[in-house]
Design a protein around this ligand. Structure first.
Ligand SMILES: [Zn+2]
Length: 280
């Protein structure tokens, strides 16, 4: 049986709430890393203190990455749409600078964007600002994989406004490794801004994992702590981790370790590019 690496990413980290603490506690107790995508413009002092404490106690179990700037909805999403390169650059820059100044080397420069929406201006800005990882979404369905294959041949990050997943490869024209989420625990959101949703069952999530791992060696699960409002939602996470931890061929890691492992591809990529180029 082939082995799969698994990563858990939790978005929308701002205030220090019970769901945030309770969800994190499950991961800490089980010694499974959780990657918190922090909203730099909204993160509170309490959350900062809490994250720093956790990180100093269990550095390998807590990862701090960036989730946009402040989750403002600009018509389509926080990024992309009609927003200019300059506007997006300023938001990403102030977000990254804030997280770097607060968390120093405990911040890993991976960027996730609210609602997975972005445009080429977002990517250009992220690349210039030195983000190492960019995260959107990988969809394993055959129609999407065919669409991605076309995008890979054309070396495009987006086609007709839709994302091409370059999961575990460099986003075309950048120095940024793309690490996409493949499985969400949430089946349906009832609105863009609330905390009401339908979750998948543990069996449904495990069935999705069984399918997805046939196509990609690193599977990222997406969590949104604010939707975990009752005990059954935490139970789902517990059962999922219990099941995954009992399998021998699964390794848990975070974005920085995925980057360490897959950045080698960049070395090869740069080498072949430079070898193919005629020097002036
Ligand atoms: Zn978000």
């Amino acid at each position: 049986m082939f082995s799969t690496k698994v990563c858990f990413r939790n978005d929308d980290v701002n205030s220090l709430t019970d769901p945030l603490m309770k969800l994190t506690e499950i991961f800490l107790k089980r010694k499974v890393p959780i990657s918190h995508a922090v909203e730099p413009g909204n993160v509170t002092i309490d959350t900062i203190k809490w994250l720093k404490q956790l990180k100093s106690k269990d550095p390998r179990l807590i990862e701090i990455i960036q989730h946009g700037w402040n989750h403002t909805f600009h018509g389509k999403g926080e990024f992309g749409g009609r927003r200019t390169y300059e506007e997006q650059f300023m938001d990403l820059k102030r977000g990254k600078e804030k997280l770097e100044s607060i968390f120093k080397e405990d911040f890993f420069p991976a960027l996730t964007v609210p609602w997975d929406l972005y445009n080429q201006g977002t990517i250009r800005a992220a690349n210039l600002l030195g983000f190492k990882v960019f995260c959107v979404h990988y969809d394993y369905r055959i129609s999407r994989r065919l669409f991605y294959a076309i995008g890979h041949i054309l070396r495009r990050g987006q086609l007709f406004g839709k994302s091409i997943s370059h999961h575990l490869k460099y986003y075309p024209g950048t120095q940024i490794l793309q690490v996409d989420t493949a499985i969400s625990l949430i089946k349906k959101y009832f609105d863009l801004f609330g905390s009401e949703c339908d979750f998948f069952s543990t069996e449904e999530v495990l069935a999705a994992f069984k399918r997805v791992r046939k196509f990609i060696p690193v599977v990222v699960f997406l969590l949104h702590h604010k939707y975990h409002q009752d005990e059954s939602h935490f139970q789902l996470v517990n059962e999922l981790l219990e099941e995954l931890q009992h399998r021998k061929n699964i390794e848990f890691l975070d974005h920085s370790r995925i980057y360490e492992e897959y950045q080698e591809a960049r070395g090869t990529h740069c080498l072949s590019n430079s070898m193919g180029r005629s020097f002036p």
